[in-house]
Design a protein around this ligand. Structure first.
Ligand SMILES: O=C(O)CCC(=O)C(=O)O
Length: 279
């Protein structure tokens, strides 16, 4: 099936479980999201009467003032996190015809759909282990369909120090991995964040890894079964990235479950897939 990916990119995705598509989005599409974030930060600085001099918008410094905001009150980071996923320019990217064409192409389906509640903008702050994504597959957290896709795209340039997402190359080919639903190393983690792969270190050790460095506008397309994790942010600035999830109405497991959503939709993995939970 033809579509936005070249034959080589389709083959790399099928083989590796992820593929990087450089400059997939138009600069103006991404800038509109960055502008939306800049405005939300400005509104909160004003509302809380903070003595922060936020510079005028520029794509490279769109989040200026955010670190001062969370240093004043970390709760405001959660306010920003919830607000940014409602930026119209972001929703336009989530629902873009290009995404639909990618799902049609790589899944060979006429029924591509957006995972409700499966999209957002991550803000990975320096040194915040509680919210860092450990090794996982997206399916146990998101459900919807076994052949779902994550569209991952950074809003700032991702360097090694900023903690790029790390992938186990080809791990999707080994299928679903059973999980523990509590993280003994960090009892503060809840819901999807608390899921830990069984035999994690031995399992992860089997694969070669890749941690692609990406720029705003690049897309990393990820299979719902690919093992991956967020990197450690060792800078003094947040790593901002968009996650947008689509799935396929035609895939049989999802259809049997009525295309049920996971944790964000209020469903617990144990009640949907008890066979995947080992506690
Ligand atoms: O950006 C990250 O740190 C991890 C993202 C992720 O795990 C996902 O999109 O499924």
């Amino acid at each position: 099936m033809s579509g936005p990916l070249t034959d080589e990119q389709v083959a790399a995705f099928a083989r590796d479980g992820f593929v990087v598509l450089p400059a997939f989005y138009e600069p103006a599409e991404v800038e509109a999201v960055q502008r939306g974030i800049h405005s939300i930060i400005r509104l909160l600085i004003k509302q809380h009467q903070l003595a922060v001099d936020q510079p005028a918008f520029a794509p490279e410094t769109f989040d200026a003032g955010y670190q001062a905001l969370i240093a004043h009150d970390r709760v405001l980071g959660g306010v920003v996190y919830d607000a940014v996923k409602q930026i119209p320019a972001f929703i336009r990217i989530v629902a873009s015809a290009k995404h639909e064409a990618v799902v049609r192409q790589v899944r060979g389906t006429d029924a591509p759909v957006i995972a409700a509640g499966g999209y957002g903008i991550r803000i990975d702050n320096p040194g915040e282990e509680k919210f860092r994504a450990g090794w996982h597959q997206d399916y146990p957290a998101q459900i919807r369909s076994l052949d779902g896709l994550v569209f991952w795209s950074p809003l700032g340039k991702v360097s090694d120090e900023l903690g790029p997402v790390e992938f186990c190359i080809g791990s999707h080919q080994d299928g679903l991995v059973p999980v523990h639903t509590r993280d003994p190393k960090d009892p503060r983690k809840t819901g999807a964040y608390a899921l830990v792969l069984t035999d994690e270190s031995e399992r992860i050790g089997r694969y070669e890894k890749a941690a692609p460095l990406t720029d705003p506008g690049d897309l990393v397309l990820v299979d719902f079964l690919t093992l991956h994790r967020g990197g450690h942010n060792r800078t003094d600035r947040a790593r901002w990235s968009m996650q947008m999830r689509w799935f396929n109405f035609e895939e049989s497991t999802g259809a049997r479950l009525g295309w049920l959503g996971g944790y964000a939709a209020g469903n617990d993995l144990r009640s949907v897939h008890p066979e995947l939970v080992v506690d």
